[in-house]
Design a protein around this ligand. Sequence first.
Ligand SMILES: [Cu+2]
Length: 135
Amino acid sequence: MRFSTGALVAASLTLALAACGDRSEPSSDKAGGGTGVSSGGEQSVAVKGMDTMKFEPATLTVKAGQPVRLILQNVGVIPHNFVLKQGAGQPVKITAAGGQTEPGIFTIARPGTYEFVCEEPGHTEAGMKGTITVR
Ligand SMILES: [Cu+2]
């Protein structure tokens, strides 16, 4: 039993090495692709959530297809959040308690104008919303 297990391990190791060997050959074109990746930098955007039921600024502009690092600064004392239901691959919700700063990362693939809101009860209705323009 022990002997056959060892043989099996040896066989799978050989397979793994063979697989690695196969892949190392076309990887020469990866070096050229690396420079392209570095050009797509993260963009940082800060928005304040205020107890006056406003975002500041209420209009944001970002680039399409590049990760957005959004920092929600709650400068009030009650909780606020940043909710983006459309545009990103999946709904975005960043919540910050009073006086707290919370980051979130998302990417919007297609240019356009999307609405973001604060979903705390009554806040959207009171005017706590804004737009994010993607170019
Ligand atoms: Cu709010």
